[in-house]
Write a protein that binds this ligand. Structure first.
Ligand SMILES: Cc1ncc(COP(=O)(O)O)c(C=O)c1O
Length: 368
């Protein structure tokens, strides 16, 4: 397979571990292994005695059951795996060259790059910033779906804009997909992090949809590399499972044991991280209100990120100065294949106020 570089991941690879501060991460505050086991009230001893044999390809039965209890799709409707791997497996098992795919834009690159690499024709349904908020045109979606694409790819809460549909708009997407017979791939990595909007149901409740989520973002466990897909379309899930034999075959045993402990206490993991996120969003709202001449800020409706526009100077140049002068990583919009002089702000981690303070010092220095 020939595939273009994943621009965001290449950017993170260059800076994430070489600078002191990140303005743009998308995950929430992480945890130690002891914290996870202590919260689940079971010691870490099970790790010492863990036998490092192969594990079940679908995922540890306790994890599959925990995921099924969230979505009610049945055990055969679940596969546990690395979120990014699951996108790869689903796209490759479901799509063929020549298929048309409608994908929200901007988007996490694998959501449209994998279909493109397979030979699909990707058409974007684009978010537009207007009158102080992000908007999607739902009439435009109907026009796109009338062409009967094979797949509609969604991501709510949305990375990087923080957009969420209103419940009625969300309902309309489901109705349109059903009316035109379109399968939906719903990337729900940021589900559970609604801010100004009501929490949305998962697309896994629909008859012809696959929902993907995981432990990386809200729960704050990206180092586990574990998540899941869930669907009532057991045939689609079987195809993903069959293709997994060509990637990882099964999940790492230690990761699954930690994930089981995390899932037993998932509400508490979310509770702490949502408190950090909300506090940081308030700080960001206040910070950018004071700098409206330099940055156009749209508060996130959900998720961990926002995608403001720099009004003075060039965002690439600002990013370079941020690294050189403040050891601060600022993710530019170019890595999302859009060009609007925007950058991503990630508010999920405890140290966000410090990163924002450094960014403020950079703005105060002028020259951008
Ligand atoms: C929208 C979206 N989908 C999928 C992923 C992949 O998640 P993971 O890094 O846990 O594989 C990410 C990660 O940033 C994401 O933002």
């Amino acid at each position: 397979m020939r595939i273009r570089d994943f621009q965001l991941e290449r950017f993170f690879a260059k800076y994430e571990f070489n600078v002191s501060h990140l303005l743009s991460p998308s995950d929430c505050e992480s945890w130690t292994v002891s914290e996870i086991f202590d919260a689940a009230r079971g010691g870490c001893d099970c790790m010492r005695n863990l036998r490092l044999s192969y594990t079940e390809s679908r995922g540890a039965p306790a994890l599959v059951e925990a995921v099924d209890s969230m979505y009610g799709v049945g055990r055969d409707g679940v596969v546990i795996g690395c979120p990014e791997e699951l996108i790869f497996l689903f796209m490759n098992s479901f799509l063929e060259a020549g298929d048309e795919v409608v994908c929200i834009s901007p988007a996490y690159q694998s959501l449209y790059e994998l279909p493109r690499a397979i030979g699909c024709d990707v058409v974007f349904w684009s978010l537009i910033a207007r009158d102080g908020r992000w908007r999607l045109d739902y009439d435009e979606l109907e026009t796109l779906l009338r062409r009967r694409p094979k797949l509609l790819v969604l991501n709510f809460p949305h990375n990087p804009t923080g957009y969420m549909p209103k419940p009625a708009e969300f309902g309309r997407i489901g109705d349109l997909a059903e009316r035109y017979g379109i399968t939906v791939f719903s990337d729900e990595m940021y589900r559970g992090l609604a801010l100004s909007e009501p929490e949305l149901p998962s697309f896994a409740g629909h008859t012809d949809a696959v929902a993907m989520s995981g432990l990386s973002k809200g729960p704050g466990l990206p180092g586990l590399r574990l998540g899941w897909i869930a669907s009532r379309r057991h045939d689609l899930i079987s195809s993903v499972l069959a293709m997994k034999d060509y990637t990882t075959i099964c999940n790492p045993a230690p990761g699954e044991v930690i994930a089981e402990a995390a899932m037993r206490n998932i509400e508490a993991l979310f509770r702490r991280n949502i408190a950090i996120l909300r506090q940081n969003v308030d700080i960001a709202n206040e910070f950018f209100a004071r700098r409206s001449e330099a940055v156009e800020w749209i508060p996130p409706m959900g998720g961990t990120t926002a995608f403001p526009r720099l009004l003075t100077g060039d965002v690439m140049e600002l990013g370079e100065r941020a690294v050189a002068l403040k050891s601060l990583m600022v993710l530019p919009d170019e890595v999302f294949d859009v060009k609007g002089n925007r950058f991503r702000v990630g508010m999920g981690r405890k140290n966000f106020p410090l990163a924002l303070e450094l960014f403020g010092e950079l703005l105060n220095m002028g020259g951008q």
